[in-house]
Design a protein around this ligand. Structure first.
Ligand code: APR
Ligand code: MG
Length: 186
């Protein structure tokens, strides 16, 4: 996305009609699991491999008929994730940030929603039956939140992937602000 700039939701909603609005969401849940019996998983955080070969968050363009940003986001989540996404609704309270990019003029709104691990697992189980599976969505992935002893494996290596739009920044900021990473720097 060329020329990305951050703006408030109020500024974004006041943009001219030539701007297309998109909404994406980070779904996450506390995860008590231990990798190799000793590395805490801490949280299950969902991203997806997109049709363009980039990682991103589920969501997409909001349509005029959606009425609100959140209605559009919830519709997109149903299309991309299937029926597991019907167990919850993303609301304005889950909103976190907006980024505007030119050429094309897209303003992307980002949300984060805390689920139970059961809800998140139900999303993963239902995802292969979603309308967009195998088309716009090539698969869900969990984000590794730990760093292995080599200092690279885990989150640092994950962040070396190619990400769509502002999703890499959105991920890093949400992990920090929601305190999903270990409090120490280890
Ligand atoms: N942050 C910022 N921008 C993003 C993010 C993100 N996390 N994720 C995607 N975008 C941008 C994309 O680059 C795209 O311009 O937001 C726009 C819409 O997001 P998508 O999820 O790609 O849209 P979606 O409605 O799910 O479907 C893709 O886009 O190119 C068309 O015809 C294509 O139907 C397809 C649709
Ligand atoms: Mg999409």
């Amino acid at each position: 996305m060329a020329g990305v700039r951050r703006l408030t939701l109020e500024e974004a909603l006041a943009l001219e009609p030539k701007w297309q609005h998109a909404c994406h969401a980070m779904l996450y849940a506390p995860d008590p699991g231990l990798l190799f019996h000793h590395i805490p998983m801490r949280y299950a955080v969902l991203m997806q491999m997109r049709f363009d070969g980039r990682l991103g968050f589920p969501g997409g363009f909001v349509k005029l008929q959606d009425g609100t940003l959140e209605n559009g986001l919830n519709r997109e989540l149903n299309e991309e994730l299937g029926e597991g996404a019907q167990a919850f609704r993303i609301e304005r309270a889950d909103y976190r940030s907006s980024h505007a990019a030119t050429n094309p003029h897209v303003v992307a709104h980002f949300y984060a929603k805390r689920l139970t691990l059961e809800q998140l697992t139900a999303v993963e189980k239902g995802a292969p039956y979603a309308r967009d599976h195998g088309l716009e969505v090539l698969g869900l992935v969990r984000v590794p939140l730990y760093t292995l002893r080599d200092g690279v494996g885990g989150l640092p290596a994950f962040l070396e992937n190619t990400f769509i739009g502002a999703s890499r920044e959105q991920l890093i900021e949400a992990l920090q602000d929601l305190e999903l990473l270990e409090s120490s720097s280890a």
